[in-house]
Ligand binder design. Structure first.
Ligand code: HEC
Ligand code: HEC
Length: 281
C-alpha cells in the first residue's frame, strides 16, 4: 500500500530527537488503550461481516452467548478448522451447516492469543447483556470509506459542519494539505500524513479520545461521536494517501516544532520563568 511507504517520519535534522520523544510520550496512552479491546477489534475485522453478537443471525449464527451453549474445547476445535469438523461429521457442526443453508464458515488461522481475546470479548458481551456489543463504526478501516464519508470528515475538520457535541473544529489548530481556503492553524501538528504515520490502529484510539494535553481540555466535555471519529479518520486516510511527499520535509518538520512549542507555551510548561530559558535573548 502506498501510504505505508510514507510510514517513517521524514529524516529529522539535528534537534529533532527531543521533539520525537515528547510526541512518543504524548501518544502512548492511546497505544495502551488498544490492548483492552483487541478481541472486539479482531471480531469486527474478521468475523463481523458474517456474525453479530446479539443482533441476530446473519450469514452465520448470532454469537451472543456462544460460550454458554458450546463448551470451550469444542469452540476451540471449531475455530481451528470449521471445515475439518464438518468433514469429520461432528453432529453440531453438521447441524449448523444445514441450518445455515450449507454455507461453510471459511477456515482462518487464529493464534491462541487471538482466540483468547475473542473469548474474553464473548464473555464480556454476555455479562453486559444482549445488544451491548454492537461493533463500533470506528473499527472500519479508514481506507474503506465512501466518498461521502470522506467529504463529511472534511466538513467536520474545517468546521463547515458543526461537531454534534459542540467541540471546536480542527482547522483552528491543524493544517492538512489542501484544506480550507487559506490552510489551517499551526498550533497543532500538520495532519496530512498522520494516518500514514500512526496507521489505522494507532489513529483510531487517538481520535476516540483526543487525549493529549491541549486537546483533552477542549474535547473531554465535547467528545466526537463515533460517526465523527470515523469520518475524520476517513478524511485523514484520504489526505494521507493522495499525493506526493509533504511540501518540503524541513517545512513539515518546522511546522511540527512550532506547533509543539506553541502548545507547550500555551499550557505553561516551557522551562519555567522566561529568564531561565536558555534560548531567550
Ligand atoms: C464468511 C462468513 C463467516 C466468517 C467470516 C466467519 N464465520 Fe463463523 N460461521 C459462519 C457460518 C455460515 C456458520 C454456520 C455454518 C458452519 O458451521 O459453517 C458459522 C459458525 C460459527 C460458530 C458456531 C456457532 C454456534 O452456534 O455454535 C462460531 C463460534 C463462529 N462461526 C465463530 C466465528 C468467528 C470467531 C469468526 C471470526 C474469526 C467467524 N466465525 C468468521 C460464517 C462465517
Ligand atoms: C486548540 C488546538 C487544537 C484543536 C482545536 C485540535 N487539536 Fe489536535 N492537536 C493539537 C496539538 C497541540 C497536538 C499535539 C499534541 C499536544 O500537544 O496536545 C495535537 C495532536 C493531534 C493529533 C496527533 C497528531 C500526530 O500525528 O501525532 C491528532 C490525530 C489530532 N490532533 C487530531 C485533531 C482533530 C481530529 C481535531 C478536531 C476534531 C483536533 N485535533 C483539534 C491541538 C489541537
Amino acid at each position: 500500500m502506498r501510504t505505508q511507504a510514507l510510514g517513517g517520519r521524514p529524516r529529522q535534522p539535528r534537534g529533532g530527537v527531543p521533539f520525537m520523544l515528547l510526541l512518543a510520550v504524548l501518544v502512548s496512552p492511546a497505544a495502551l488503550a488498544q490492548g483492552a479491546s483487541r478481541g472486539a477489534r479482531l471480531f469486527a475485522q474478521r468475523c463481523g461481516t458474517c456474525h453479530s453478537v446479539g443482533e441476530g443471525d446473519r450469514v452465520g449464527p448470532d454469537l451472543h452467548g456462544v460460550l454458554e451453549r458450546r463448551d470451550e474445547a469444542w469452540l476451540t476445535r471449531f475455530l481451528e478448522s470449521p471445515g475439518a469438523l464438518i468433514d469429520a461429521g461432528d453432529p453440531v457442526a453438521t447441524a449448523l451447516l444445514k441450518q445455515f443453508n450449507g454455507i461453510r464458515m471459511p477456515d482462518q488461522p487464529l493464534s491462541e492469543e487471538e482466540r483468547a481475546g475473542l473469548y474474553t470479548f464473548f464473555r464480556e458481551c454476555t455479562a453486559k447483556g444482549k445488544g451491548s456489543c454492537k461493533p463500533s463504526p470506528t473499527q472500519k478501516p479508514g481506507t474503506d470509506a465512501t466518498p461521502e464519508e470522506v467529504a463529511l470528515g472534511r466538513r467536520l475538520f474545517e468546521g463547515t459542519e458543526a461537531l454534534a457535541q459542540g467541540g471546536p473544529s480542527c482547522l483552528g489548530c491543524h493544517d492538512v494539505r489542501g484544506t480550507g481556503v487559506a490552510g489551517g492553524g499551526t498550533l497543532g501538528p500538520n495532519l496530512t500524513f498522520t494516518f500514514a504515520r500512526h496507521g489505522d490502529r494507532g489513529l483510531t484510539p487517538l481520535l476516540a479520545k483526543l487525549d493529549t494535553p491541549l486537546m483533552r481540555e477542549l474535547y473531554a466535555k465535547a467528545p466526537l461521536t463515533e460517526e465523527e471519529q470515523y469520518a475524520l479518520k476517513a478524511y485523514l486516510a484520504d489526505a494521507s494517501r493522495d499525493g506526493s511527499r509533504p511540501r518540503k520535509d524541513r517545512d513539515f518538520f518546522f511546522l511540527g516544532v512550532v506547533g509543539l512549542l506553541a502548545a507547550l507555551g500555551f499550557i505553561g510548561l516551557v522551562w519555567g520563568p522566561r529568564g531561565t530559558d536558555p534560548r531567550a535573548h
